[in-house]
Structures are given as C-alpha cells and as structure tokens.
Design a binder for this molecule. Structure first.
Ligand code: KE4
Length: 422
C-alpha cells in the first residue's frame, strides 16, 4: 500500500499542528504507526490520502453508528444548510432535538445542548457542585470524561485517594477535590459518599476509555442507592454509550436512573453536538434561571441539531439494536475464536456494538487489570490489521465500534484479517 501522499501531508501537518493532529490519539503513537490521513468515508469504509481502502472500526470514536456519509443524514444537513448555519438565537430545531432526546432518555427531564463531550461533563460537574454546595467529586481510575482540569487527575498512591494533576498545566487546586476510585469497587465509593461531603460521582456506566469494561453485577445499582442516600449527584457519562448500547443508553440497558446524564458523539449525527441533562430540580439551577453559569456560542447550532435529530429518528426504527447486537457478536466471537486458534492470550469485552480485544488472559474488570495487557503485541496487531485493510482504534485502551453500515461479509473479512495477523 502506498503512503506517499499521507507522508507528505503529515510533514506539512507537523509544521503547524502539534503532532500533526487535532486530537492526540489520532497520531497513532502508542501503536508505532504514522497517522492515517483520511480522504473520504462511505458506509463502513474509509479511504486514505493514497487511495488505500479500510473497513473502519473507529467510526469517529463512536458517532458514526449509521456509518460514514449516511444519505439521509447528508440530505438533512443539506436541507438545513439552505436556511443558514447559526444564529446565536434559539430555533425550533433545538426544541425538537431536546424533545427527542428527553423522549429517548426519560431521566433527562431537562436538557442543555453543548458542542463537545468535554463541555457536557465540565458543565454537569459545575452544576452538581452548585446544586449541592459541595466541592468533592469522584471518578473512576481509567475513566475518561474529556479534558476539563478537574477531570485530568491521576490516582494518587492506592485506591480512593485525593487526585493529583494528571496533566501538566493542571494546578493542584483544580485536582485536589477529585477523588479517584477503582471501577467496579463499590465499597470504596460507599466509604467516601457516606461522609456526606461528595457533590457528585461521574462514571461511564460501561467503560470505553480503558478499553471496554462492563459494570459488575450490582455495581450500578449500588452506586444509585448510596448516592441517593447521601445526596450525592449520580452522573452517568453516556457520551460514548448513549444510543450505542441501547436506544436509551446504558441507563436503559441496566435500568438505572441517574440524576444527570452527559451524552454526545452519536447525538451530533457526525457534527459537533453534545448535551447534559437530568432532574429538573437540578437543571433549574442553570443560568439564566439559576446561579450556575454555563454558555456556548454554537451550543444547539441548527446544523448539528438537524443531523442529530435525524440520527436519533433513524436509530428509533425497529430492529436497529438487534442488528447491532448481531454484528457485534459476530465480530467479538470471531476475533476470540481466531485468537484462541492462534494460541494468543486474549479476552474480548463487548457490550452490543462496542468491544475491545485485550491482549491479556483476563478477566479485565478495571483499569489495573486492563493495564496488564501486552500493548506491544497490540501495536503489532494494529499494524498488521491496517496493512490488511482494517482500521482499528490505535490504542489497546479504546473501544472498537461496529456500525449499521457494516455487513456480515465485512465482519468476516475483519476476522479473516485477524486470523492472518495473529
Ligand atoms: P469530547 O470532548 O472528545 O467530545 O468528549 C469527551 C468524552 C467524554 N466522555 C466520554 C465517555 C468519552 O469517551 C469522551 C471522548 N472519547 C474519546 C475516545 N476515547 C474521544 C477521542 C479523542 O479524544 O480524540
């Protein structure tokens, strides 16, 4: 496969854009590869700047559950375009979007649209702190909720410790009120929350950012009970799982009602949009009604609202999640069988159409166990699969995503490439 154009573009990119990319994971540094510069996407496929075709398992890190360049989405955007792109004033499409979202996720009694998952989680945490008058928040080790200062926090020594800055530029003051606990460790949360001084816990109900890790039986129920008892706001970060693991997200799949939900990716229909929402008594603390400030120039912009609304409409059609389960299972089972045949230590964690193949014997139930994976071997596998026309997420600690545009034949081709790559 030729890489001539990609290399030339990469050189130019590096001269102006740090690492040549506008988001670090795209640089493919952890898998020992150069970034792929994409020229076009269509359905389950992308073509790079050199014309190499790949079956895409990133799907823009989750948004493209319908596949690339979905005709109905493009037509919807074209229609909206003709009316203008942004007004800085409210529009009816934002109301239709909020009605649709709240209909799909009933715990979101009220909704505020923003332009990224980071904005959604940053705002939801400020709101929870404003509502409770408390400062401390809890997050899981290995959980990723975007790059707000109070979330770029590393676990100190041992479990359930006060956070230390997880990135240069994050001051002590921004990290000190964030407490890190291991995912799936309910006693650690109970011990902290029962102190009565925790504003919120923010959790990915199904983790996608340490690789895929499912909640242990009873874990989410336990979080719900203990937070309700001590007035801690339970925030489900469904930026990745919203409309992915079920139409109503993980909270539908596991039947848990959080106080606030953050959601993004899929609800933008491929354009920049995200949202946060939840209990009306909490949401009414937001400006302009209440004392918690939050704002955004392009929040609720008509193009993204139109695309996101159309995506939610399409996903509401019968058979959608059965099809996604079928494709996800075919891929997960196929990869596991291929690894087993090759005698490669592995575990496949999967929920619906999002999954991770860990190069570890498993089980993988939290970040500590995820980190036992052989990331070098994953890098070799990534490069082998790329050379065979399959574009995997370029990190062991990410999830792969199957879309409705993938066919059974695409899945079988991926498994065949994996068989050869192992
Ligand atoms: P954004 O600010 O990137 O739109 O969303 C942040 C975010 C919040 N919550 C969850 C659960 C998320 O997964 C994300 C973003 N996910 C990463 C993929 N692991 C985005 C990819 C990237 O950073 O380029």
């Amino acid at each position: 496969m030729s890489t001539h154009n990609s290399q030339a573009i990469f050189e130019r990119a590096k001269a102006l854009i740090p690492g040549g990319v506008n988001s670090p994971v795209r640089a493919c540094r952890s898998v020992g590869a150069d970034p792929v510069f994409v020229a076009q996407g269509d359905g389950a496929y992308i073509w790079d700047a050199d014309g190499n075709k790949y079956i895409d398992l990133i799907g823009s890190w989750g948004p493209l559950i319908l596949g690339h360049a979905h005709r109905e989405i493009l037509d919807t955007i074209k229609e909206a375009l003709a009316l203008g792109t942004t007004f800085g004033a409210p529009t009816e499409i934002e109301v239709k979007f909020a009605e649709k979202l709240s209909g799909a996720v009933p715990s979101m009694e009220m909704v505020r649209a923003v332009s990224s998952g980071t904005e959604a989680t940053m705002s939801a945490l400020r709101l929870a702190r404003g509502f409770t008058g408390r400062a401390k928040i809890i997050k899981a080790d290995g959980g990723y909720h975007g790059h707000a200062d109070c979330l770029l926090v590393a676990a100190g020594s041992g479990a359930a410790t006060l956070g230390i800055p997880g990135s240069a530029g994050v001051p002590e003051g921004a990290a000190k009120d964030t407490i890190i606990v291991p995912f799936n460790d309910l006693p650690a949360v109970e011990k902290l929350v029962s102190g009565g001084d925790i504003a919120a816990i923010i959790i990915e109900p199904v983790c996608g950012n340490m690789g895929l890790v499912e909640p242990a039986p009873g874990y989410l129920e336990g979080l719900r009970a203990i937070t309700a008892k001590f007035g801690t706001v339970l925030i489900f970060d469904e930026v990745m799982t919203g409309f992915r693991v079920a139409y109503g997200g993980a909270q539908e799949r596991y039947r848990i009602k959080p106080d606030l939900t953050t959601i993004g990716k899929i609800i933008g229909g491929g354009l920049p949009a995200a949202a946060f929402g939840g209990r009306a008594d909490i949401m009414q603390k937001l400006a302009p009604l209440g004392p918690v400030y939050q704002a955004g120039t392009l929040s609720g912009n008509p193009l993204a609202m139109a695309a996101g609304l159309k995506a939610m409409e399409i996903l509401g059609r019968p058979g959608t999640y059965e099809r996604l389960e079928h494709l996800g299972a075919r891929l997960g089972d196929g990869l596991a069988a291929a690894a087993k045949t090759a005698g490669v230590p592995h575990v496949v964690n999967r929920v619906g159409s999002m999954l991770t193949l860990f190069f570890a014997p498993g089980p993988i139930t939290d970040y500590e166990s995820a980190k036992t994976s052989d990331t070098k071997r994953f890098g070799t596998f990534f490069r082998n699969m790329r050379d065979r026309g399959v574009f995997l997420p370029p990190s062991q600690f990410e999830a792969a995503f199957v879309s409705l545009a993938h066919s059974d034949e695409d899945i079988d081709q991926i498994v065949a490439a994996a068989t050869r790559s192992f």
